[in-house]
Design a protein around this ligand. Structure first.
Ligand SMILES: [Fe+2]
Length: 329
């Protein structure tokens, strides 16, 4: 409908009970059906939140000040908003809905605030970490599709902390990337590299998100893990991580990222592996078989899940560009 033709009734004397429908009505001039739907639901939930909690003006201002601080501490290498989203369980929720995983595929998990775009492309067998205090770790992984076929030439972003639990971007004098690299899978879908055994670390807690955790009596630690991000045209972008089993924070990750399917044991290289990858026998070894899902498989599952979820809420929707919008009568 042409927005200029929409008749917006006069809005005045709005009350606790009718403010929501009026805000939604004026927002409905938006021509983008998806944006209109998202805004409608956002306003509805925000207003209901205020009505339910009977939010005071002081609390409202405290919230605004907090969000202001979150924004002010952000820099090119510090993303406090992602951190806030992570500790509220929002990041893992969005990932689970937007990147649903059929049985047999590799689960996704939180991106976290420490991915950068400047990692160097390395060749198979290269070392991504140069921390002499880290325990050397050989990582050998395979990459297949849902039908068990190897996937070659996938761009794989990998990043981890140093042995003290800090990412390179947390050092003020950072001159370039370390503890991160980009690899490509070979024609058998294999990629392998040298890293260090991950260690647990606290998320940055010297800012507003850290203060919030403290107030909630929550610790800021993440269990030992290594991040992976997979990209290839035709496949759903996979952001995931591998977690070490029996880590002290395995069941209390500050950002809710741990999944059983992503939890691994560090093994030891036997004679064959040691010879094949030129490491001493007994060298720490991490292996994992990743399974990627095609874009088409993901879109189908996402649409199916959306229909089921919104049907339960009694909302009639149609799927447009892979995302739900209200069905027109
Ligand atoms: Fe991390």
């Amino acid at each position: 409908m042409d927005p200029s033709q929409v008749k917006i009734p006069p809005m005045k004397d709005l009350t606790v009970d009718n403010i929501t429908e009026n805000v939604i009505r004026i927002n409905s001039l938006c021509e983008d059906a998806r944006m209109k739907y998202v805004l409608e639901r956002l306003v509805t939930h925000l207003h209901d939140f205020v009505r339910e909690t009977r939010l005071s003006s002081d609390e409202w201002m405290t919230g605004l000040r907090f969000l202001t601080e979150v924004g002010q501490i952000c820099t090119d290498v510090r993303q406090e908003f992602i951190l806030l989203s992570d500790v509220l369980g929002l990041s893992i929720l969005v990932d689970s809905i937007d990147h649903p995983k059929p049985a047999g595929s590799t689960d996704g998990t939180v991106l976290g605030p420490f991915h950068t775009h400047d990692a160097e492309e390395m060749r198979a067998g290269d070392a991504m970490s140069h921390d002499p205090s880290g325990e050397p770790l050989l990582v050998v992984c395979s990459l297949r599709d849902m039908h068990g076929r190897p996937i070659d030439n996938v761009k794989i972003d990998i990043w981890e902390t140093d042995s003290s639990g800090h990412y390179d971007v947390q050092y003020p004098g950072r001159e370039g990337p370390d503890g991160r690299c980009i690899m490509r899978s070979d024609r058998d879908g294999i990629f392998w590299f040298k890293a260090i055994t991950p260690v647990p670390y606290p998320i940055p807690h010297d800012g507003p998100v850290g203060k919030l955790l403290k107030k909630l009596h929550r610790h800021p630690y993440r269990p030992s893990h290594m991040h992976f991000m997979f990209e290839k045209e035709g496949y759903d972008h996979l952001i995931t991580a591998l977690y070490l089993r029996n880590d002290p924070y395995e069941t209390s990750d500050a950002v809710f990222g741990v999944k059983d399917s992503l939890t691994v044991d560090i093994g030891k290289a036997g004679p064959d592996i040691a010879q094949k990858y030129s490491v001493p026998e007994g060298h720490a070894l991490l292996t994992y078989d990743f399974v990627l899902v095609s874009d088409a498989e993901t879109s189908e599952l996402r649409a199916k899940n959306s229909k089921i979820a919104l049907d339960k809420l009694g909302r009639k929707v149609q799927i447009v560009n892979g995302l739900p919008v209200p069905e027109l009568d």
